[in-house]
Design a binder for this molecule. Sequence first.
Ligand SMILES: C=C(O[C@@H]1C=C(C(=O)O)C=C[C@H]1O)C(=O)O
Length: 419
Amino acid sequence: MSNPALADVPGPLLVRSAPIDDPGALLSLLPQDDAFAWVHNGDGLVGWGRAAEVHTSGKGRFAEAEQWWRDLAQHAVVRDEVGTPGSGLVAFGSFTFSDDTEGSALVVPEIVVGRRDGVTWVTLIGLGITATPPLVPSSAPREPSGATFSDGAVDSAEWQQMVAEAVSRIVRDDLDKVVLARELVATLDEPLDVRAPLARLAEQYPSCWTFHVDGFFGSTPEMLVRLERGLVTSRVLAGTIRRTGDDTRDLALAGSLARSSKDLEEHEYAVRSVADALAPHCTNMFVPETPFVLHLPNVMHLATDVTGVMRNGAGALTLAASLHPSAAVGGTPTAEAVRLIGQVERLDRGRYAGPVGWIDARGDGEWGIGLRSAQIEDDGRTVRLFAGCGIVADSVPADELAESEAKLIPVRDALRPRT
Ligand SMILES: C=C(O[C@@H]1C=C(C(=O)O)C=C[C@H]1O)C(=O)O
């Protein structure tokens, strides 16, 4: 067998999707173990159990996963009475930022519940015919307790020096932009029940995509690529300002963000990198000339929605692979920026800033960038939170540190007990 991962699945998967009555909040259905999530404004997909999975690594991690997925989909026996993106056979996935770390995976759950445009459905996946289990809210998740936060390997003073170093390298080596990240380590009293922070994130950041795949969770505002029925969309973010909590002041800040030449320049690099990567796959591309300001509870971003029409039959995962790493998380030019990250950052990004999302058997799917995110370590009590900032020639280290703190707020708050 050329693909050893496929050998783990002893026969063709039987897949059945059917509409159901609305069972309430998708996240409330999740059991504690082997739970997968991708929700946005109440819609999305949740899943649990493991019907099939593949783990890949290295430069070929996307292509290998895509090949496995095609083989699996080709051999599956599917009865899909819903016929919408995300119904039928579906996998959740998460990929590492770097070519050099382990941890990329696609996982097909045994049960998936989806909601989209007012239609809710369940998909059962397995090796035999099974009855639909009762879809009722599971017991309330255990709230996290006792979280204390400390710096990772690099403290905040060192990180600012790192930013200064990156600024001088940008000037010296003629780079345009490099994204530098830092981590914060949370330690909890007992192992984290991830459903608690997921519920909080989905509640507080409904316009973001709240996700969980194998211990990597968060709520990202950035859609690397969505492919649905031939329409390709990408939401590019770059250029950030912290919110103050005072609406009038925030409105004035939004205006200054939209006029800031530093932020507009940083944004332009990110939009270009996405438009260039999508161009070979798309016709009728639309790249707006001016960004809009995306308001989130903790920060505001310059944002651009790039759209196009798929022209070569590539699936969503192939598109994600050709976009990763965009300038929003790598830099410009990409290869030099990624090299500089490797030289100065002193952080194993793991799956932070990598693509996270889902794919269906038609190749439709949504892949967000794994930002505003955290990784639960094997002990269950240690959680690594990540945040990064785009550094350009006139970046100021203290401002970037403050920006990274603001980006850590969503997950940090979600690890505190509810007040
Ligand atoms: C890298 C992150 O965010 C990215 C960097 C941004 C910036 O530098 O302005 C804005 C949004 C994201 O594209 C992060 O949240 O960790």
